[in-house]
Design a protein around this ligand. Structure first.
Ligand SMILES: Cc1ncc(COP(=O)(O)O)c(C=O)c1O
Length: 538
């Protein structure tokens, strides 16, 4: 029988589940949503927590009777699933069920918890959650594009057709005579897809991957990142993040209770021909970031937004530090097949002693140019993937069946023609190379200094020589690159992305003179972009 009563201070709840009591509280800490949870657990709840989450360090933290700061999503993914029976949450300010509009957490209604703990309704003060701070850059810039309708070179996806073999496969799956193709599939990955992924990467990393334990299919690489960080972060753990970074890394680390530690890639030169290889990290600085609180490092190669393909020497240096400090690597390799000759993508998991500590992340969206399908994956040792499975199971649970089947078919075809030039994993970079070179040329012609990427499909360009042509004072954002990109969107009709969004608070000034453009766009649109810029500067 459920009993819940309000405990004073903040929005705290105490829930008796019949198997023990969970005392939790939710409130706002330091401008971000946080939940304070302390557990006073009876033996059974204790045992169940262990069964569900395993004997992990963050679980031990939860199991003390002290209060801990927990992010809201950690609370939902880790505490809620183990409390069987209905949960009632109360707003103590109101002292009755239902809450009050202006309180921080308005209310969470009772859930029907016979086998789980679905939250029927959760209303969190909209002012807090919807504040600009929590909206990703992409969300803000999509809105801007909708309003001003510029030529959009901001977002990272093709504006032309995806390869026919995968779209045909999806069409065939939709009409398949197997009715199960339209129903739920295995939660940790559709069997045909995990088999294909395991077979493909087993070959690439020269190790037999177990499709059921060493591969997890996720809702895009995004969810693989989220499940990795959520599943492997204890409160106060530090993650080393290389700037510029894909913008979700930081909020994901923070929402898991971790602390980002930043190190910036800096260009060795800023004039003449600059390539992404010129952007390097300082090795002493990198070394100094590792300490006993370090949980791991997130690397991204080929890199967004710089296009850097990390060298063997750089990866070896990072690998040695992770082994020295016995920490994890999350290797975001979503652009693994988009590498321009003569550069080669190196998987850090293949370096000696690294598979054991590495979670490698891939994306069907980037691999097959179908970003709208939102299928991604993580592979790595079973003990590391287990934590991701727990988070995935309690959040997404299972990804869409037809898209997984179609991606599996795509993999199977490419595996057959891996050594041939028409293999998509080869032809995509060949198709993009002239686009890259064309963009670099027109950016130079208008006075920008592009960084020529070795991989990926983004180009960073320094626009400082054009500063006198932009009325930066007409925009109000703190960072110059935001003002530049917004002003350009509104007045010139070309949209790029401000790269300071990819930096922590201390290093934003490093990127203020840059803009990121994406070149996986139709030739006619790249030509139109060149025309817009040339007309503007003339
Ligand atoms: C570096 C990086 N990682 C992850 C992702 C997310 O990939 P997905 O669309 O598969 O979620 C992106 C998307 O742009 C990216 O650039």
């Amino acid at each position: 029988m459920l009993m819940a009563h309000v405990v004073p201070a903040g929005c705290q709840v105490q829930v008796e589940t019949g198997r023990g009591r969970v005392l939790a509280a939710a409130g706002l800490g330091a401008g971000r949503v946080a939940a304070v949870a302390g557990l006073l657990v009876g033996r059974q709840a204790h045992r169940r927590l262990r069964r569900v989450h395993g004997p992990r360090r963050n679980l031990r933290a939860l199991l003390t009777s002290e209060f801990h700061f927990l992010p809201m999503d950690l609370f939902i993914s880790k505490v809620m699933p183990v409390a069987r029976g209905p949960l009632k949450f109360f707003n103590p300010r109101n002292r009755r069920e239902g809450g009050r509009e202006n309180s921080k957490i308005t209310f969470v209604t009772e859930s029907k918890g016979d086998g789980g703990c679905d939250v029927d309704r959760m209303k969190i003060n909209s002012l807090t959650i919807n504040s600009k701070k929590y909206l990703s850059l992409t969300v803000e810039y999509i809105q801007l594009a909708l309003q001003y309708k510029p030529l959009n070179l901001g977002q990272g996806f093709p504006d032309y057709y995806a390869p026919e073999n995968v779209t045909n496969a999806l069409a065939a799956v939709a009409k398949s005579d197997n009715p199960l193709m339209q129903q739920y599939t295995r939660g940790f990955g559709h069997p045909r897809l995990v088999n294909a992924i395991a077979k493909f990467y087993s070959k690439l990393i020269n190790r037999d991957l177990d499709p059921n334990k060493e591969v997890l299919v996720t809702a895009g690489a995004y969810e693989a990142l989220y499940s990795s960080l959520q599943g492997h972060t204890n409160l106060g753990d530090e993650w080393i993040i290389i700037e510029p970074f894909f913008d979700c890394y930081v909020p994901m680390v923070q929402s898991a209770g971790g602390i980002p530690r930043y190190i910036a890639l800096k260009p060795k030169s800023t004039s003449g021909t600059v390539t992404s290889g010129d952007w390097v990290f300082d090795r002493k600085e990198m070394e100094s970031l590792f300490n006993e609180k370090t949980k791991g490092i997130i690397i991204n190669t080929p890199h967004n937004p710089i296009g850097k393909v990390f060298t063997l020497d750089e990866l070896q240096f990072i690998a040695n530090l992770t082994k020295k400090w016995n920490v994890l690597v999350i290797s975001d390799e979503v652009y693994e097949h988009i590498v321009y000759e003569p550069y080669k993508h190196i998987r850090i998991a293949t370096l000696p002693g690294m598979y054991e500590r590495t979670i490698t992340i891939g994306s069907a969206g980037k691999t097959f140019s179908v970003t709208g399908w939102k299928i991604g994956w993580a592979y790595g040792p079973a003990n590391l993937l287990y934590n991701l499975q727990v988070v995935h199971q309690n959040s997404v649970y299972t990804c869409t069946t037809p898209t997984q089947e179609a991606v599996a078919i795509g993999f199977e075809l490419e595996m057959e023609r891996l050594e041939q030039p028409d293999c998509y994993f080869r032809s995509l970079a060949m198709e993009l190379l002239p686009k890259r070179d064309y963009m670099a040329k027109f950016l130079r012609e208008v006075g920008m200094v592009p960084t020529i990427p070795e991989g990926g499909y983004f180009m960073l360009a320094n626009w400082s020589a054009l500063e006198n042509k932009v009325k930066l004072h007409e925009e109000t954002d703190e960072n110059k690159d935001y003002r530049f990109t917004k002003w350009m969107t509104k007045n010139v009709g070309l949209q790029g992305i401000p790269p300071t969004a990819f930096y922590g608070p201390e290093h934003k000034t490093l990127a203020e003179d840059y803009v990121r453009y994406c070149f996986i766009k139709k030739d006619e649109n790249l030509k139109a972009a060149a025309k817009i810029l040339k007309k503007w500067v003339s």
